[in-house]
Design a protein around this ligand. Structure first.
Ligand code: NAD
Ligand code: MG
Length: 393
């Protein structure tokens, strides 16, 4: 029986993963080692009981008593805190979903790879922050990373049995997010509620706001560069409001192979879960005649400074991705809590990158995860200071 663990089981990606696991036989088909979540311990315990998990971990130590109570009589172990999350990744599993949001997914992901697990990587921050090291860790332990971000799953599928040397360019699509048709003047006053609705995808709040600012696509540009090893000048972003074409690969003979599907993460998750097989998945089938037309346009560089910053980060390499991601997480927190405006996020990230490049050689290659975590910590401190200076009065 295949053993599995799901990190971030109670989130949007985690719930979709849980749904597929249950549909594909649940506790009868999988040996569930670990499920993790945050404050929603009642839901975490429900999932753990349904899948007969061995261990449930909440990220918050103050939630431990509630988790224990919710698991009473089940025989499922409970644990809490950062250290417990890291140790949970040491429990060997054949397949591990990395579905925690943010850089908090880094340590569990690295540890799962070090045990040779197949890592289904939804968490894009891992590749942005520590791409070369993550890929090297997988390689040196004979472990595999399968991309779960929809664009990257689409690229992966478009490249099946293709020679990377024949790849001329990769195009990832972007819906344009909640504000794609808003006038620029209005963007500065965009509220958290307005930024938290996505035209096509139902996702966690953070990635939804990142879609409106295009920081999500900025992270995905870097993710594409790190995972597929394609140089930045060969990776393009195309705004595609219908979100039905997820990515395209262009080859040197002029042909392009693209991937289409309904905007439902259960496709990419299910693909990674069943790879190299294709299982029957419960996603809507496209009726292209009913859709009628697909539209595309180039992204507006003024509206979306995050894309320019991502290109600068890829050119710099080294620690730049860790700084970029950390600053973005802090700026996003500040926007969500009403301390800065929507457009201030990109300005804060840019300023943090500039500040950190004066503090260290951003382009030097980090030799260890600890070095990256140290950069992440320093960049967060710098970003908090920069956010405070911009704070709305
Ligand atoms: P979410 O906010 O819905 O869920 C996040 C999960 O991580 C929850 O289980 C939460 O409890 C847990 N978590 C949050 N902070 C944590 C911390 N500090 N330590 C430990 N656990 C923590 O997020 P999501 O939308 O499911 O996204 C998860 C990841 O997948 C993100 O990296 C996101 O960019 C990526 N992703 C998501 C989608 C999507 O459709 N939701 C698509 C592509 C990629
Ligand atoms: Mg995506």
């Amino acid at each position: 029986m295949r053993s599995i663990s799901v990190f971030g089981a109670t989130g949007s990606i985690g719930e979709s993963t849980f749904d597929l696991l249950m549909r594909q036989g649940g506790a009868e088909a999988y040996r569930t080692r670990v499920l993790t979540g945050g404050r929603n311990v009642v839901r975490l315990a429900e999932q753990a009981r349904a899948l007969g998990a061995e261990l449930a971990v909440t990220a918050h130590e103050d939630c431990m008593a509630d988790l224990r109570a919710a698991l009473a009589g089940s025989g499922i172990e409970a644990a809490a805190g950062k250290q417990a999350l890291a140790e949970a990744a040491d429990r060997p599993a054949d397949w591990v979903m990395s579905g925690i949001v943010g850089a908090a997914a880094l340590v569990p992901g690295f540890r799962a790879l070090a045990h040779g697990a197949t890592l289904a990587l939804a968490n894009k921050e891992s590749l942005v922050t520590a791409g070369p090291l993550l890929m090297a860790t997988a390689q040196s332990h004979g472990a595999r990373i399968l991309p779960v971000d929809s664009e990257h799953s689409a690229i992966f599928q478009s490249l099946l049995s293709e020679d990377m040397a024949a790849v001329e360019r990769i195009i990832i699509t972007a819906s344009g997010g909640a504000f794609r048709d808003w006038p620029m003047e209005r963007l500065a006053r965009a509220t958290v509620a307005e930024a938290s609705t996505h035209p096509n995808w139902a996702m966690g709040q953070r990635i939804t706001i990142d879609s409106a600012s295009m920081f999500n696509k900025a992270l995905e540009l870097i993710e594409t560069h790190e995972f597929f090893g394609v140089s930045p000048d060969r990776i393009e972003v195309l705004v595609h409001p219908e979100s039905l074409v997820h990515a395209l690969v262009g080859f040197r003979d002029g042909g392009m192979i693209g991937h289409l599907g309904a905007p439902d993460m259960r496709h990419a998750i299910g693909y990674a879960l069943n790879w190299p097989d294709r299982a029957h998945l419960p996603v809507a089938r496209l009726d292209l005649a009913a859709v009628g037309s697909l539209t595309f346009r180039a992204p507006d560089p003024v509206r979306y400074p995050a894309l320019r910053l991502a290109r600068e980060v890829m050119e710099t390499g080294g620690h730049a991705g860790a700084v970029f991601n950390a600053a973005k997480e802090i700026a996003l927190d500040a926007f969500i809590t009403g301390r800065i405006g929507f457009l201030d996020m990109a300005a804060c990230v840019e300023e943090t990158l500039a500040y950190m490049s004066g503090e260290m050689v951003l382009g030097s290659a980090p030799e260890s995860l600890d070095m990256i975590l140290e950069t992440d910590r320093a960049a967060r401190i710098a970003a908090v200071g920069i956010v405070d200076k911009r704070r709305k009065v």
